[in-house]
Design a protein. Structure first.
Length: 296
């Protein structure tokens, strides 16, 4: 188990930092019967040191934010790092204030540490950036970023005034989905913009696209099994360690049970060798050509 999870961080362009490992809330709030366990799971993680929580207005139509809000009530707000995301259709002057206020109310707070544009769609990037900076000035958010942006999107963002104040890009990344390694990884490194990986241990089978790999395929792969066995770790820990190996990569796996949360936290201590990475790449190679960005 990593001894000081809170101090294992990634530097952001504005000089602040984020924890390298946080807690995701996607799929939370979808079943009221599981709410108490989900709240307790987030609290268990916070007590362990995983005090960064990622959510979105989209997740269970705000119920995931409500779960997160309930979970953090007993903690000092300054000790929690809260992230949420706005729909692209709400990222305009007509809607962003009410959208953010709803998220803040559900989360039981008066500010976000990070606010993300969930995906680009038809959002006017110039307006989005202007509004994000305005929300910073009003103290409603500390900083902002984007999600599911590929190279062309990031280039367009950099062309608008203050677009380079983007602090992070949250993307789908795991051993079976390595598309960002072709060009986006290098582009953002040159601009010193880190990543947040969602679904870092693989997608559920029903959500896999043509270019993707199911979680089941990752969990049963011979090379994955061999490397995990060599280190004496679980497959989930190996898959998470693969993502965390990158210095500028943050991960936000979702877990509810204490056992799974402990398992995730312990992945911070795992160091994969070049030989390990070669063996994993034999089954799931890095891309050799540009592929459409996978997202959901």
């Amino acid at each position: 188990m990593a001894k000081d999870i809170k101090n294992i961080t990634v530097q952001l362009p504005d000089g602040s930092s984020m924890q390298k490992l946080g807690q995701g809330t996607w799929k939370m709030g979808e079943d009221d019967r599981k709410a108490e366990k989900e709240v307790a799971g987030l609290q268990y993680g916070i007590d362990l040191g995983l005090s960064m929580i990622d959510s979105a207005e989209m997740y269970a139509d705000g119920k995931a934010e409500m779960i997160a809000g309930r979970a953090i009530q007993r903690y000092d707000r300054k000790d929690i790092y809260l992230i949420s995301k706005v729909y692209p259709q709400n990222a305009c002057r007509e809607h962003i204030y009410s959208s953010l206020d709803r998220s803040l109310k559900l989360l039981g707070t008066d500010y976000l540490d990070m606010y993300l544009l969930h995906w680009r769609e038809d959002a006017d990037l110039s307006e989005v950036v202007y509004l994000m900076e305005e929300l910073k000035e009003k103290g409603k958010i500390r900083r902002w970023g984007v999600s599911n942006f590929d190279v062309a999107d990031m280039e367009d963002l950099w062309k608008v005034p203050d677009g380079n104040k983007c602090c992070v890009n949250q993307i789908l990344y795991n051993l079976g989905t390595r598309g960002i390694e072709y060009d986006l990884l290098q582009w953002q490194r040159e601009k010193q913009v880190p990543f947040m990986a969602y679904t870092p241990v693989g997608q559920a089978g029903a959500l896999v696209t043509e270019a993707g790999v199911s979680k089941e395929a990752l969990m049963s792969d011979k090379n994955v099994l061999e490397v995990a066995e060599k280190h004496g770790i679980s497959i989930v820990q190996l898959l998470l360690a693969f993502v965390l190996r990158l210095d500028d990569m943050i991960a936000i796996p979702k877990a509810v049970s204490p056992e799974h949360i402990d398992e995730n936290a312990a992945a911070l201590d795992i160091v994969l060798t070049d030989e390990d990475l070669e063996q994993l790449s034999a089954s799931f190679p890095a891309p050799t050509e540009k592929k459409p960005m996978e997202k959901y």
